[in-house]
Write a protein that binds this ligand. Structure first.
Ligand SMILES: Cc1ncc(C[n+]2csc(CCOP(=O)(O)OP(=O)(O)O)c2C)c(N)n1
Ligand SMILES: [Mg+2]
Length: 808
């Protein structure tokens, strides 16, 4: 076959004459699955309209392509897809009809909804890749689906990483022994996306990255010509993604993609096309784009509306005629594989199967709620005789149709309020029920933001740095380089990549010489594509590798933020501990100069990345200790190095690859008795300088380096300092109300330090605008030692004007 043109494989073939009984059975099994899946979609929509579920989005119209895709999906393979893929998940045996409905109802039990334990809308698929202890399962033996998210095209960055891992497992001989993770990199990363979502920037970025990396990524575009109500002309130049990506087609002389086109209603062509696509991907490690055209949406986009509002009569008629199940049915009859009567019977069975599963899911969903409510009902019943108002509350609760958990909680709390001040023992019983239920619901709805396994970053053993008389004084960058060298030496699963990380060992030379030492697969340059650098890391980490993905400067972090926030930060949470990606994101920030080289939007990070630890080491020794900690844990972390610290001198610990710094433990850099100053990162040096000046006028500052912002001071040590000084200042380079406000909330509200304050708490921050350029721009935009001095002096003057006279 020529490699120069986009290809359309053969259209429906006649197999009437030579079809075997076995083949016929397999075709009918496929047809049955398609019918069951369709029934699930139809029933799902009804459940929403009956008020039993809140929202529904279904895979009808996409069934046959997904069955074809499932046939070539092998153990060890990975999917990164979107909400239309129910039929695929059924076909690979990783979703039952009952689980499908359990998710529709938001059943908060991992056994009922293994993908999300009721935490996500329906249509978000995932397999459980880690066991109940948090250990990775044998991923090379299971069929794996990475956990779906809702933002369109947001599955793309991660897909790059899933494919990239296969390349590493195949090409890096040191990884051969990890057969629990990969069989020689034979695994294909299957992506799915809707036609309209290909308009997103990250789709194009990911396609380009996959072409550059030459990874086994099989990208299917489900093309139904619409994105909700908006037709293809508004989404895609020339209305066709395969047409505009034709330039990616590989040729005999140039690497690229294989691009294949097939219609979504053509069963045999789909089977054949997927066979070809998977073979190319798996054997040759060449990415394939498979454009599946002429798909339909029999029920429209979702339960939010009906497509009759925006599709023409002609389009609706066409969709009815080209419905893939109808087309397959016609073909089965035409090929005499089965008779219309037999098919009617099969279709009836499919209806019953789907309905039975739906009923079972609904029953199980309600049973859990009912059991909780039963215990409360007993308490309310006991109280009813003596409290008629409680009898009313009970009656009201029992009358509620399809009650949810919150109905019982509301009733219990209402009843409790009626007993305020009473010594009736029912009050105690109600309180106990409320507390128990709150704990259970905490576990149901709020567990697993971070790892809860034995490898949690918070459980890594602390090992102090060791120094000897001849410990050398080196540039900060050399400390980091030695740490990375030791890590790469210690663990073949560790790798690092990013812009300029490979050949020159990053722009500040933390990896200097390490590509030469460990090879291009361990220390690697990438294109300028922050979002897919992160995706490359997420996918690789999901597959058991230990990537350090570098974002060159914190100022360019915004390109990566969406993927970090929507995908990585909530991964453990949204799967309730079913998946983990212990990715380390390395970047550098704080203190350089100018609008795009200043690096301090820490509030933005803290507000969007709960679920990722945020570490802000003040120097490179602390940074090395944090890398060592995180590389021994299974949590993801962002480590922000100080841009101006690479050439400052530090002493090299003798155990550079071994010592660890614990998370959430602030360090007192200078003891004092008048005011506690909480800061982090590069500001530590500025605050210390100011503290020295302040001590000359008799003000004693206690300077505390928070070290990590997520988690923040887990043992409340700052409270102890404030108890002593009775004054507190939070200082950083972020905007007013940014990370300083975060720290203030933690210390004053959470730790309760407000009770010990003699002065108004204060924040010292950068200006609201981005920092101006050059040294003066920096000085007047960000906190400087003089400003810190003045503000703290003024604070002291307010409390003791006789001792501290007017400054200016
Ligand atoms: C970033 C983002 N923008 C908007 C939405 C809302 N939305 C959900 S699905 C969808 C249309 C997607 O169409 P397409 O990719 O063609 O997939 P289809 O539903 O047609 O299979 C939109 C706009 C979203 N989920 N994410
Ligand atoms: Mg579409």
């Amino acid at each position: 076959m020529t490699k120069t043109a986009v290809r359309t494989l053969s259209q429906t073939k006649t197999i009437k004459s030579n079809i075997s009984a076995k083949k016929a059975a397999s075709i009918l099994a496929d047809y049955r699955l398609a019918c069951e899946s369709r029934e699930a979609s139809l029933l799902g929509r009804k459940e929403v309209f009956m008020g039993k579920a809140k929202f529904g989005i279904f895979g009808d119209g996409k069934e046959l392509a997904q069955i074809a895709m499932a046939k070539v999906f092998r153990p060890g393979d990975f999917r990164s897809g979107y909400y239309r893929d129910q039929t695929f998940m059924f076909a690979i045996g990783e979703l039952t009809l009952q689980q499908y409905f359990a998710q529709l109802y938001a059943h908060p039990d991992v056994n009922a909804d293994p993908a999300s334990a009721g935490r996500l809308m329906n249509g978000h698929y995932a397999t459980r890749m880690i066991d109940e202890n948090g250990a990775l399962k044998e991923l090379s033996k299971s069929k794996n689906s990475s956990a779906d998210i809702s933002p369109t095209a947001a599955q793309m960055p991660r897909l790059v990483g899933l494919g990239y891992a296969s390349k590493l497992f195949r090409e890096n001989k040191e990884l051969r022994k990890f057969r629990n993770l990969s069989e020689n990199g034979n695994e294909v990363a299957f992506g799915t996306i809707g036609n309209a979502s290909t308009s997103e920037g990250m789709f194009f970025e990911a396609i380009n990255a996959a072409g550059v990396l030459q990874i086994p990524m099989l990208m299917s575009v489900w093309d139904d010509e619409y994105g909700i109500s908006v037709p293809k002309e508004y989404h895609t130049t020339k209305g066709s993604i395969s047409k505009i990506l034709a330039g990616f087609q590989r040729t005999d002389t140039e690497k690229g993609f294989e691009i294949l086109i097939v219609n979504g209603w053509n069963y045999t062509a789909l089977l054949e096309t997927y066979e070809t696509a998977a073979r190319i991907c798996r054997e040759e490690h060449v990415p394939v784009l498979l454009h599946v055209n002429e798909m339909t949406q029999p029920q429209g986009h979702s339960t939010s509306g009906s497509h009759e509002r925006y599709k023409s009569k002609d389009r609706l008629n066409w969709e009815a005629e080209y419905d893939c199940i109808r087309k397959m049915r016609e073909w089965i009859i035409e090929q005499e594989i089965s008779s219309p009567d037999e098919l009617i019977a099969l279709e009836k069975e499919a209806k019953t199967t789907a309905k039975t599963a739906k009923d079972a899911a609904w029953k199980a969903f309600n049973e859990g709620i009912h059991n909780d409510q039963k215990n409360l009902d007993r308490i309310l019943e006991n109280a009813s005789a003596s409290h008629s108002a409680i009898a009313g509350i009970r009656e009201e609760l029992n009358k509620t149709i399809n009650p949810l958990r919150f109905d019982a909680v509301k009733a219990a709390k209402k009843a409790s309020r009626l007993l305020i001040g009473s010594d009736d023992p029912v009050r105690r019983e109600l309180s106990d029920w409320i507390e128990l239920t709150a704990n259970e619901n905490m576990e149901r709805y709020s567990s697993h933001l971070y790892s809860q396994s034995e490898w949690s970053a918070l459980k890594v053993q602390t090992v102090s740095p060791l120094y000897s008389d001849n410990s050398s004084l080196l540039d900060g960058r050399e400390i980091l380089q030695a740490c990375f060298d030791a890590a790469l030496q210690r663990d073949p699963l560790i790798l690092a990549f990013g812009e300029d990380v490979g050949r020159i060992g990053d722009v500040n030379q933390g990896f200097a010489g390490l590509q030469q030492k460990y090879g291009e697969l361990r220390v690697t340059d990438t294109g300028i594509r922050e979002c897919t650098i992160i995706g490359q890391g997420i996918g690789a980490a999901l597959r058991g590798l230990r990537p350090i993905a570098e974002i060159q400067y914190l100022d360019y972090f915004l390109y990566a933020l969406q993927t970090l926030s929507d995908d990585l930060a909530c991964l453990q949470y949204r799967t309730k501990g079913g998946q983990k990606a212990p990715l380390i994101i390395r970047t550098r920030g704080h203190r350089l100069e100018g609008v795009w080289h200043a690096g301090s939007p820490i509030g933005m990070i803290l507000h969007s990345l709960r679920g990722i630890y945020v570490i802000v080491p003040r120097d490179m020794t602390q940074a090395a200790g944090f890398y060592n900690t995180m590389l021994r844990s299974d949590d993801p972390a962002l480590i922000i190095e100080c841009l101006n610290g690479y050439r400052l001198k530090e002493r090299m610990p003798d155990n550079i690859g071994e010592f660890t710094v614990p998370l959430g433990i602030p360090e007192i850099l200078r003891e004092g008795s008048d005011v506690t100053i909480v800061t982090y990162g590069s500001m530590c040096r500025i605050i210390i300088e100011a503290a020295e000046e302040l001590s000359a006028v008799g003000i004693s500052c206690e300077v505390i380096d928070a070290q990590t912002l997520l988690p923040f001071d887990i043992h409340h040590s700052i409270l102890e300092s404030v108890r002593k000084t009775n004054r507190v200042v939070f200082a950083d380079e972020d905007v007013p109300g940014g990370a300083s406000a975060f720290m203030m909330q933690k210390v004053l509200e959470e730790q309760g330090a407000y009770a010990f304050l003699d002065s108004r708490p204060m924040t010292i921050t950068g200006k609201e605008h981005r920092p101006a350029y050059a040294s003066d721009g920096d000085y007047f935009s960000k906190p400087n030692p003089e400003e810190v001095f003045d503000k703290i002096y003024q604070m002291m003057r307010e409390s003791d004007p006789h001792r501290f006279h007017k400054l200016y």
